[in-house]
Design a protein around this ligand. Structure first.
Ligand code: PEP
Ligand code: MN
Length: 339
C-alpha cells in the first residue's frame, strides 16, 4: 500500500499517518519528493488493511494498492529519478557515468595501467574483481583482500571510485572497507540473505540482473536492499540474459533499460562486456546503451586481453576502449547527456 500525501500536507499530518502505520504493526517508509511526500506501508499482509483507515486522515491525497510485488523501487513510490551520489560522481543525473577496469584484479601493474586509461578516457569508476564468482571452481577466483588493496590504491592514484563484487554476507565488511560501490553479481541477484545484509555497510549497491531473471524479479531484488536503507541506494545493471542465441555469451536486453527506467526511479546502467562475451560486439552494445537512456556503462578492459586471468575474450584493449570512450561522448551529447 502506498499513501500519497497532499502537496500542502503539514508535518503533523505526515506524523499522524506514520503513527497509524506503526499502530497497525507495519513499517512506514518515507519518500520525501520535491513536491510531496509518499509513504510506503511495509509489512506482511498490508492487503488486509482497509484503505479508508488512511484516507480519513487529513493531508492524505490518495491511498493506492500496488499490484506489483515490489514497492520501494517503483515509480509509484517515488516519481522523480533517483540520483545516487558517491563522492563527486552522480549516477542517475545528466552525467553518463563510465565505469571500466579489468574483469579480475591480477596484479599491481595491471590495475594501475587500467586505472590510468580509465581516467584519461573520462571514466569515473574503476571496476575489478577481487572475489570472483566462477562457473568452474578450478578457474581463477581472485586475489581476495590483496586484490581489494591494489584496486583501492590504483583508484586513489587516479582519483577514481571503486566498484567491486561482494559474494557473501561474511565478506561485506571487508569489501566495504575498500569499495565505494558494492556490486552484487548476476549469480547472486536472488541471494536474499546477501541482499538484506549488504545495507550494513551503508554504501550504494550495483545490482546486476540475473541471467534468467525477469525485470519484475530484478526490481523485487532491489526492494530487498531498499527496504533496509534510509535512502535509495541501488544502481540497476542490465548485463544480458539467457536466450536460445549462442552467437553472443548472453543476449543484451536493451529494452530492459527503458522498461526499468519507466517502472523504477532507480538509475540503470548496462554491462556490455558480460552480455557480449566477445570484444567485437562490446562497443556497439555500449553505444546502444547510451542511446537507449542508460545512466552509465561498466565495461571490461585489459592491457593484454590474450593474457587475462578471466574474461579476456570480452575485454577491450586500451586503444579500443579509448576509441569507444570518444564515441560514447558524442552519442551522450546527442541525447542530452554529458560524459
Ligand atoms: C563481473 O562483473 O565481474 C561479473 C562476474 O559479472 P556478472 O555477475 O554480470 O556475471
Ligand atoms: Mn568478467
Amino acid at each position: 500500500m502506498i499513501i500519497t500525501m497532499d502537496k500542502t500536507a503539514s508535518q503533523n499530518e505526515i506524523s499522524a499517518v506514520i503513527e497509524k502505520i506503526n499502530e497497525l504493526g507495519f513499517e512506514p517508509h518515507l519518500s520525501q519528493g520535491k513536491v510531496r511526500t509518499i509513504i510506503g506501508v511495509m509489512g506482511v499482509n498490508t492487503g488486509k488493511v482497509k484503505t479508508e483507515i488512511f484516507e480519513a486522515i487529513p493531508g492524505v491525497e490518495k491511498v493506492s494498492r500496488l499490484e506489483k510485488p515490489y514497492k520501494l523501487a517503483s515509480r509509484d513510490f517515488k516519481s522523480d529519478n533517483t540520483t545516487i551520489r558517491v563522492g563527486e560522481v552522480e549516477v542517475g543525473s545528466k552525467d553518463f557515468v563510465l565505469m571500466a577496469g579489468p574483469c579480475s584484479v591480477e596484479g599491481e601493474h595491471q590495475i594501475l595501467s587500467c586505472a590510468e586509461v580509465v581516467r584519461v578516457a573520462g571514466g569515473r569508476v574503476l571496476r575489478g574483481g577481487a572475489f570472483k564468482p566462477r562457473t568452474s571452481p578450478y578457474s581463477f577466483r581472485g586475489l581476495k583482500e590483496k586484490g581489494l588493496q591494489l584496486l583501492r590504491k590504483a583508484a586513489d592514484q587516479f582519483s577514481l571510485l571503486v566498484v567491486t563484487e561482494v559474494m557473501s554476507v561474511g565478506s561485506i565488511k571487508l569489501v566495504a572497507e575498500y569499495a565505494d560501490i558494492l556490486q552484487i553479481g548476476a549469480r547472486n541477484m536472488q541471494n536474499y540473505d546477501l541482499l538484506e545484509a549488504v545495507n550494513s555497510c551503508k554504501k550504494p549497491v550495483l545490482l546486476k540482473r540475473g541471467p534468467s531473471a525477469e525485470i519484475e524479479e530484478w526490481l523485487c531484488a532491489a526492494d530487498y536492499i531498499l527496504n533496509g536503507s534510509e535512502f535509495p541506494n541501488v544502481i540497476l545493471c542490465e548485463r544480458g540474459i539467457k536466450t536460445f542465441e549462442r552467437a553472443t555469451r548472453y543476449t543484451l536486453d536493451i529494452a530492459a533499460v527503458p522498461v526499468a527506467k519507466r517502472l523504477s526511479h532507480l538509475p540503470v546502467i548496462v554491462d556490455p562486456s558480460h552480455a557480449a562475451g566477445d570484444f567485437h560486439y562490446v562497443p556497439a552494445l555500449a553505444k546502444a546503451a547510451v542511446a537507449a537512456g542508460a545512466d552509465g556503462i561498466i565495461v571490461e578492459i585489459h592491457p593484454d586481453p590474450t593474457r587475462a586471468f578471466s574474461d579476456g575474450a570480452q575485454s577491450l584493449t586500451f586503444s579500443d576502449f579509448a576509441r569507444l570512450a570518444k564515441e560514447l561522448k558524442l552519442i551522450a551529447s546527442a541525447v542530452g547527456r554529458s560524459m
